[in-house]
Write a protein of this length. Structure first.
Length: 417
């Protein structure tokens, strides 16, 4: 039977279409424009890559600190949408401001602010999954979100790319072209969130009789203790910390890495557009396969595939190599994120989704500080960018071993219940 999403599930998926446009911009045009600003200021290619990595690390560290706290507060009745709205506003406003900046240091600073707003909004968006659908539908709804996010983000990206590459023929300066490109993305992102903001109802929550913030911190402390006792959740989060760190590092650093290698900017952008196009059917196909086998088996395949991708990236030095890398990433990028999100959503208490997804975000986007910092530090110490890239493969090996252990523990737990 064909899977049909409910109106609320569609509105939830639509936000993935919007926020993915910002992700696409961050992984493509942002680092290229920053390279332009840094080049004007006399920054070397190695330092440019390092500074971009440090900025990504700072933003993820901020989210790691804020996520669990805000998530705990969001689990209070009627708070989830409220905090989601404010984090969305920070991200969208930061995206708009970036288009008006010409200083590389100010650009990095506002980029961190916009990235924090974006990543924080995803903590609450992910937690909304338990409110908009049922556990048996989570794998498919989560996969639909990533799939339509990938293909939907291509629309504002193509418009932004056209402005960025063709602005000169229209008499636009680089600054004016970037202003328009960033504005297109910000408007697309904001508009896609409106249906969800208007319709979302928080079904799962905790009642608070006293001070919201004080009780939220108390609940958060108890949740950390609960996770330590729930070994299957703890080991999964540890596994997720490692393998998704590698995934996000590749996403965050791909264009910057290609730029530092001296590859053609237009070719890099088109290759990453191809990643989005490939990702759309790949997520849906792997989701269908996951219905016939265990979703955890598909996740295992995805992690192993990323191990191969990270090894391949070590030898990357031509435009053709980058195109091949883009296709390989597109095949597995969406599924590893979608199935991780839905698997976690099924093993946690629904009424504490905000708290748990806040912690999940520490182990996800917050964990990416390890990979991006590793690439940056190793690149500067050795003067060779591929040395830092090669270290990412270790993250996938550790993550894969821990994930298989977590799955086994959860299966044993379910048998005992």
């Amino acid at each position: 039977m064909k899977f049909k999403m409910t109106p609320m599930e569609k509105k939830w998926v639509l936000y993935d279409v919007g926020n993915s446009a910002f992700t696409m911009l961050v992984s493509t045009i942002f680092p290229i424009y920053f390279n332009y600003l840094a080049g004007n200021a006399g920054i070397s290619d190695v330092d440019y890559l390092a500074y971009w990595g440090y900025a990504a690390s700072v933003s993820t560290l901020c989210v790691a600190l804020l996520g669990p706290t805000l998530g705990a507060i969001a689990d209070t009745k009627n708070f989830k949408k409220r905090i989601f709205k404010w984090t969305l506003a920070v991200g969208v406003l930061g995206c708009v401001i970036l288009g008006f900046l010409s200083s590389w240091i100010w650009f990095l600073g506002i980029f961190v602010l916009a990235k924090v707003g974006y990543s924080s909004s995803l903590v609450f968006y992910d937690a909304m999954l338990t409110d908009v659908t049922e556990p048996e539908r989570m794998d498919t709804v989560s996969s639909q979100g990533f799939a339509w996010g990938y293909i939907g983000s291509c629309i504002p990206f193509i418009a932004s790319l056209g402005i960025a590459l063709g602005g000169g023929s229209l008499g636009l300066s680089m600054q004016a072209s970037m202003t328009i490109a960033f504005l297109i993305t910000a408007v697309w992102w904001l508009v896609s969130a409106v249906p969800l903001l208007l319709s979302f109802q928080q079904k799962h929550y905790v009642e608070v009789s006293g001070h919201v913030v004080r009780e939220s911190f108390a609940r958060l402390g108890r949740t950390f203790l609960d996770i330590k006792k729930e070994k299957h959740i703890f080991v999964f989060l540890l596994a997720f910390f490692f393998y998704i760190d590698g995934v996000y590092t590749i996403i965050d650093m791909a264009t910057a890495y290609g730029q530092a290698l001296g590859l053609d900017s237009t070719g890099l952008l088109l290759a990453l557009l191809l990643t989005q196009v490939v990702a759309f059917p790949s997520v849906l196909i792997l989701n269908q396969v996951a219905k016939r086998v265990k979703p955890t088996q598909i996740l295992t395949v995805c992690i192993f595939a990323y191990l191969g991708i990270s090894v391949y990236a070590y030898f990357l030095d031509t435009q053709t190599d980058f195109w091949i890398l883009a296709v390989l990433v597109g095949m597995f990028q969406g599924s590893v994120q979608a199935l991780s999100r839905s698997y976690f959503g099924k093993i946690i208490p629904a009424e504490k989704a905000g708290e748990y997804f806040g912690i999940y975000d520490i182990c996800g986007k917050g964990a990416a500080i390890l990979g991006t910092t590793l690439v940056s530090v190793m690149s500067q110490i050795t003067g060779k960018m591929n040395v830092g890239v090669s270290a990412i493969s270790v993250l996938f090996v550790v993550g894969l071993l821990l994930f298989r252990k977590a799955v086994k523990m959860n299966e044993e737990r379910e048998k005992c219940e």
